[in-house]
Design a protein around this ligand. Structure first.
Ligand code: DGY
Length: 323
């Protein structure tokens, strides 16, 4: 029997690409050039499965491809806000993602951003590399203590809980969260985390606010000007979720007006574009969407896509089916 044909839109770790070739007639992207909308649409007519990433906008127009050959979208990533799920459903396409394997890497990065922005790590490094350091002194680059402070989590799923564990056990932080679907009391006790009824209640108490909610239409600009103004003066905002959960312009204003002390951001509203109002600020730490970017995690993500696709084409239920 012929192997199913799959198109992979970006370069993957080579050991996973080799594994793909064992199971599929695979078209890779060795030069790692992003597909345009036309090339994406074309892929759906040319392959049985398309394996995209967050940089591919799989919208209704792309999914209107005719004659449609693809039956599966195997997303390389847990977030799927770049895929029009309704259109996929209408066209009879299955969609899978890669949950769990990136939880620890993303939680680690949220803590890294939190520590970097509180302790002025990026700013200090720039200062030193620029040759501006004149020596130790008691008032030099004083930052904000992390240990023992209050962390507020918006969204308390897998990644939010992993951040809570690190913050509570590692840094003795008090952890609060808002999530419409909280875990069991036993999990809350284990993580030392306390629920709050509203986002605002978390914002008003937290020294650090970290976002871990999905990028649904309802969560677009969840952190708007009003909510940013509810944060404590001197508090920090951390975002490793999705850029459009924060109104980037409102954030720039809040930072400029000193409403909050700083922000650690791994995701942006118009990636890969980052607003000049952020690039010019010292009290922000900015990373290029690196949440899951460890070698181990990226390999595990690729293997998840593979596992889902092998199940799908073998007639079994893919473990991480979204649609
Ligand atoms: C994810 O898995 O959602 C990462 O943000 C990359 O897409």
């Amino acid at each position: 029997m012929d192997k199913p044909r799959v198109i992979v839109t970006r370069r993957w770790p080579e050991e996973v690409e080799a594994r793909l070739a064992e199971h599929f007639d695979v078209e890779l992207n060795p030069e790692d050039r992003p597909f345009g909308q036309d090339a994406l649409k074309q892929a759906f007519t040319a392959a049985d499965a398309v394996f995209p990433t967050v940089t591919d906008r799989i919208d209704a127009e792309v999914l209107s491809a005719e004659p449609l050959r693809a039956r599966l979208i195997g997303n390389f990533g847990v977030g799927f806000n770049h895929i029009d799920l309704d259109a996929a459903r209408t066209r009879g396409l299955a969609v899978t993602n890669t949950p769990e394997v990136l939880t620890d890497a993303t939680a680690d990065l949220a803590m890294a951003l939190l520590l970097c922005v509180a302790r002025r790590v990026g700013e200090g490094e720039r200062h030193l590399r620029d040759g501006a350091w004149t020596g130790w002194r008691p008032t030099h680059m004083m930052g904000t203590q992390v240990t023992g402070k209050t962390l507020g989590l918006i969204g308390f799923g897998r990644i939010g809980q992993a951040v809570a564990r690190r913050a509570h056990r590692g840094f003795g932080m008090r952890v609060l969260f808002f999530d419409p679907f909280p875990p069991s009391d036993q999990v809350l006790r284990e993580l030392g985390a306390a629920p709050r009824e509203t986002v605002e209640a978390v914002l008003e108490e937290a020294d650090f606010v970290s976002l871990h909610c999905p990028a649904t239409p309802e969560n677009r600009h969840l952190m708007n000007a009003e909510r940013l103004s509810r944060m404590k003066p001197g508090a920090f905002l951390i975002n490793t979720a999705r850029g459009d959960v924060v109104d980037e312009m409102a954030l720039i204003e809040a930072l400029g007006d000193g409403l909050i002390a700083g922000a650690g951001l791994d995701v942006f509203e118009r990636e890969p574009k980052v607003s000049a109002g952020l690039l010019g600020r010292e009290n922000v730490v900015l990373l290029p969407h690196l949440g899951s970017a460890t070698r181990e995690t990226r390999i595990a993500m690729g293997l998840k896509v593979l596992e889902n696709a092998v199940a799908f084409f073998g007639g079994a239920e893919p473990p991480d089916r979204v649609v």
